[in-house]
Design a protein around this ligand. Sequence first.
Ligand code: ADP
Ligand code: MG
Length: 262
Amino acid sequence: MRVITIANQKGGVGKTTTAINLATALAAVGKRTLLIDLDPQGNASTGLGIDRADRDVSSYDVILEQASITRASVETAVPNLFIIPSTLDLLGVEMEIAGSSGRAYRLRDALHFHSVEDAHYDFVLIDCPPSLNLLTINAMAAADSILVPLQCEFFALEGLSQLLETVEQVRDTLNPSLHLHGIVLTMYDGRNNLAAQVVKDVRAYMGEHVYETIIPRNVRVSEAPSFGKPAILYDMKCSGSQAYIRLASEIIQRERQGRAAA
Ligand code: ADP
Ligand code: MG
């Protein structure tokens, strides 16, 4: 089981879109995949068609140790893809667990218990809130690796060093095996010279950490969530869906190489 946390403390950079479509693409090639929605906004849950009424058990219950991973998992319309939805209850969770020891390990412990006791997942993806709060720290402590979406805009790199510092701190204290899986450039607009420059700059700065695949800005991708569907189901042929399918194979490839090297 590989646990990949999708994080960037900036909002609107494509975390949730990447979580939904990457998870769908992995499931489509037969990988049993679980997406954990850790953002109180619940956009990943809505985008996968989970009604608020069907969120009796949520990621909030997992963090509070009131429900197991299995109990909180909901089947989606995509075969092989499961989700643990989120609710607005998550907004208060930081206060609720702030005083408890092991508060950063709630998710890791739940996943660990799951992997020992229960049905197997090939991939677990975690969609984080736009903040470096205790939820994001839980996601980093639980993960093998971090995937960072960066939007192809002028301030793309702003905040990245702070994020990477946080990853470093989590590695030093909570999770020694955490590493950066990769950086995915999103919402690329080929007609915009600035976007091309941003791609160059990010590649120069982060080198091979940046995936080959770039996700284009694509209106079909932004329409899909309002139908409660991943873009890959809504319009598999659109450029955005195709890019996410390529990203999934790049990630599977990197996983294989990583395992071969280990
Ligand atoms: P985050 O989770 O980081 O806040 P989202 O994934 O919700 O970011 O994306 C922010 C907004 O941009 C959403 O409205 C989403 O539909 C839109 N968006 C994301 N990726 C693309 C894309 N490749 N093409 C067009 N719109 C996109
Ligand atoms: Mg989001």
